[in-house]
Design a protein. Sequence first.
Length: 349
Amino acid sequence: MTATLHVDLTALVANITRVREAVAPAELMLVVKDDAYGHGLAPVVRAAAGAGVRWFGAFDIGTARAVRGELGEDVRIFAWIAAAHADLRAAAEAGIDLGVGDADLLEDAAAAAGRVGRPLRVHLKLDTGLHRNGVRPEAWPRFVSRAAALEAEGALDVVGIWSHIAEASDDEDDDARALFERGLQQAHDAGLRPVVRHLAASAASFARPEFRYDMVRVGAFCYGIRSAGGPSAGQLGLVPIARLEAEVLGVGEDGVRVDVGALHGLPSRLEGRASVATPAGTRRLLSVGEMDSLIAAWPGAAPGDRVIVYGSGADGEASATDLAELIGTIGEEIAVRVSPLVPRSYAVE
């Protein structure tokens, strides 16, 4: 196919610089889950490391190992979850930091570290109300006491404490932070001395300084994807780094057929809602098909012309979040749904 996702790595580096300035003195962890939000893991992590990023959030062990393979031992890589005992051993062998939010997983992690013969670096997760995972507050004192004992035995190195917040309202987030603060104190009382505490993701890292602690986990904003319903990318000082283009395959009485559709990642719910930018400087409503899609013709439309499905959000282009808001979701969903079958091209100025 000739549809292409163009990724501007210079814009990525500029966004990283902007994020680091905004959250300082907290350190940036660049989140690269889901193939770096669909932008391509290897080019993204290489560009980010070249810009000085030293922490990467990988979600799963497979992605974490891929980052380690690209960047070597000079970076720290944090994985949210381990899905199997083999993941725990792989994390210990590769020097990956692992999120642990379950008492059984804590024991399994210590056992895996023992088999490898080196401590496993862990970040203990407290459930502060999002209920995504993590140890419930009532079980936390016993959990951190056990973690401290395993650290004293040399099985684990408790380097971090972390959690997620819902970012649904300031009041709910304040309640979550109060639970987090109490959990930090309980961990301290148990004898733990974590060197990194992290709670905030993109939106909270910009808007709430008190949520930054030692490190922030930022994915969307580094890719220039603004929060749905939030400030524009321009207001945040960010630039969307990706532009999804599709080529005109043919022009007929029923309209212009372009070479990207639902099987390439366009949500079918965009049918009749989203419009694309044309070379004529006009926008045309999108009718989403499976392998290709249809838009209304414009004067002079011809095969080989290219339309922009989403891009910078300026000059008549929609952004990923603009599309997301049409169907009640978030920009990240639009980005990660772009199929691996769609070629990626990379620009560096």
